[in-house]
Design a protein around this ligand. Sequence first.
Ligand SMILES: NC(=O)c1ccc[n+]([C@@H]2O[C@H](COP(=O)([O-])OP(=O)(O)OC[C@H]3O[C@@H](n4cnc5c(N)ncnc54)[C@H](OP(=O)(O)O)[C@@H]3O)[C@@H](O)[C@H]2O)c1
Length: 323
Amino acid sequence: MKTIVWTKYGSPDLLQLKEVEKPVPKDNEVLIKIHAASVNPLDWHRMRASPFLVRLGEGFFKPKDTKLGADVAGIVEAVGSSVTQFRPGDAVFGEIGAGSFAEYAAAREDRLALKPANISFEEAAASPVVGFTALQGMRDTGHIQSGQKVLVNGAAGGVGTFAVQLAKSYGTEVTGVCSTRNLDMVRSIGADHVIDYTREDFTRNGQRYDLIYDAIGNRSVFAYRRALKPGGKCVIAGFTTMPRLFEHMILGSLITKIGSKQVGMMGVANPNQPDLLIIKELLESGKVKSVIDRCYPLSETPEAIRYLEKGHARGKVIITVGQ
Ligand SMILES: NC(=O)c1ccc[n+]([C@@H]2O[C@H](COP(=O)([O-])OP(=O)(O)OC[C@H]3O[C@@H](n4cnc5c(N)ncnc54)[C@H](OP(=O)(O)O)[C@@H]3O)[C@@H](O)[C@H]2O)c1
């Protein structure tokens, strides 16, 4: 089978498409024939070892794991002896850690769910990582409640497009922040209000929010604080620079201790089957629709990553496999 292999830290030019043996599923795994995968910033952070701290998990001098790609959708081809939830022929989707930029992957059954029948493999592959990130950030860290005023910064990206729709599904009034060219798209996925960040600063326009969900993470703790109502929360999912990250972690937790407003990072989203089933339900019911910017064939994975890295994808970037 063909797979994207990653052996050195650096630019997407170092990725290679190689012929390797098909993986053999362990007892608790299923073998998936992949139809689609999606690219996430995590892929290029890992690939470039950027920030440098990535090396602590991935290997100091070179990556320990040569597989790349977390989000997947495809058809189960074989199952391990203890698998109970899936059978060959089932269409599934999920987050498998690494290895979805390939024709086949072996994945633990508890990282997968049946693909909603009403959406394509591309739409299914677009949703797990961004779905976990939006859901866990808004529900678990942000404690989102119906009737709140919610602002999503980075509303046009992978996480942001999911977050806007998720916030609407909770019955909130949503403001999406994006650039001029994406205003209509962000309105079309349900945002009640949109702010063009090239013309207006959401932290200085006099509006106050119960919950700010920031998929970019480019503002100071004081700016977030200014845009929150008393008792409001700001949940930061995105990462821009190390100084900003430390500011959000350290100053954010200090501010949270001394006042009624909370500002902080959400931490790394945790892929788990109960939340994947919630994401499945949101997609099945049409409360959330995957927004897809571009699709690239497996052989063009480096171009797909290069495009996402520019930071202006409109929704998700997809890798289509074997089609
Ligand atoms: N905590 C976690 O576990 C977790 C999980 C997944 C992702 N993340 C992080 O979340 C962030 C977003 O991920 P993603 O998948 O959504 O990335 P993405 O799809 O690459 O985000 C691109 C979007 O960012 C928008 N954008 C760029 N600059 C902006 C600005 N100054 N203000 C507002 N929007 C801006 C762009 O919109 P315009 O073209 O309109 O500018 C574009 O639509 C990344 O930093 C990622 O590392 C964290």
